[in-house]
Design a protein around this ligand. Structure first.
Ligand code: G3P
Ligand code: MG
Length: 319
């Protein structure tokens, strides 16, 4: 991607296509922009009004911060105006679980502000694993006399920054279904924001991601517990992530002043795309996901991150 000068007045776009950009390994390596990514993204805006010219979203498995905070950070780093609607993180679909788990105690794990993320999604009883762990021993000496139990759910929102402590505490919670130290009980629901084994950061070779943490937790849990660990992973390459991205892109088109469509409501956004581009660096995640999602998705694989081959990827070749 390189910066190029554009003609002064562009004709109104047909907006028959949209773009989903992966972040790590495509737009950034850690906090450093890759290639001319800021300049390329600027070309998706109208030079005069600053409004979005071509509908696009960031479709990342990363996270740990609220979408509003991440949008501000991206705006600053890239010098463009990113709205929270355009930030789709691995944990963004967790908000769809609020109704099901409304009254459960949610334990939020990961770097950044995982508890604030879950509270913003509408969960009422959220505690971070840091706060949770600091409460022991003997947090509630009356617990044995109580006839009710607090149901719990665990959300791994982003990368654990203390694997040893988090695996220990999570095994305690997951084995007992209640407070650590109690009898073995029913395993609480466990959700991961994504299952990326590795991702591209600043270091020359890939770094372990949430998927690696999941493997470590699962293998230890399965050694100490009679039933295997049960869990659900969100994020790419799940097809619903791409469905949701398509719905958001339609919403972005309908909110463009010159679109001629009903404004800003996904349910009334009847716009149809001929093509949606997924630009990613990880064949197992970005390309596999776009291929599984099918029409109108079209995958583009970069060599700026996880993938390093000279040709196409053999197992999940990009379009
Ligand atoms: O932890 C983030 C990483 O696993 C993937 O981020 O932007 O490449 O989907 P991204
Ligand atoms: Mg990536």
């Amino acid at each position: 991607l390189s910066s190029q000068s554009t003609e002064k007045r562009r004709p109104p776009p047909r907006r028959n296509f949209g773009i989903a950009f992966d972040i790590d390994g495509v737009i950034f390596r850690s906090e450093s922009p890759i290639g001319g990514s800021p300049q390329a993204l600027k070309r998706l805006y109208d030079e005069d009004s600053g409004a979005i010219w071509i509908p696009y979203v960031f479709l990342t498995n990363g996270g740990g911060f609220r979408e509003s905070i991440r949008a501000l950070e991206l705006s600053t780093l890239l010098g463009i105006n990113v709205s929270p609607l355009q930030v789709l993180q691995g944990h963004t679909p967790f908000k769809n679980l609020v109704q099901r788990l409304e009254n459960e105690l949610v334990v939020a794990v990961g770097k950044g502000e995982p508890a604030a993320v879950m509270s913003e999604y509408g969960f009422k009883n959220v505690v971070s694993i840091d706060e949770y762990a600091s409460c022991f021993p003997g947090i509630d000496p009356l617990a044995p006399y109580k006839s009710w139990e607090v149901k719990q759910a665990v959300f791994v929102v982003s990368d654990s920054i203390d694997w040893s402590r988090d695996i220990q505490v999570l095994c305690d919670i997951l084995r007992t279904g209640g407070l650590p130290g109690m009898e073995i009980g029913h395993q609480p629901q466990l959700y991961f924001a994504h299952d990326d084994l590795a991702y591209k950061a600043a270091f020359p070779s890939e770094r372990f991601g949430l998927g690696a943490f999941r493997i470590a937790l699962e293998s230890i849990f399965n050694r100490i517990h009679h039933d295997p660990l049960s869990y659900t992973c969100y994020g790419k390459p799940n097809p619903f992530v791409f469905k949701n991205a398509e719905a958001v892109l339609k919403q972005l088109v309908s909110s463009c002043p010159d679109s001629g469509l009903a404004p800003n409501n996904a349910s009334t956004a009847v716009h149809n795309f001929e093509r949606l581009y997924m630009v990613g660096d990880n064949p197992d995640v970005d390309i596999k996901g776009a291929r599984q999602a099918g029409y109108p998705w079209f995958s583009i694989l970069t060599r700026t991150g996880v993938f390093k081959g000279t040709g196409n990827h053999d197992k999940f070749p990009a379009d």
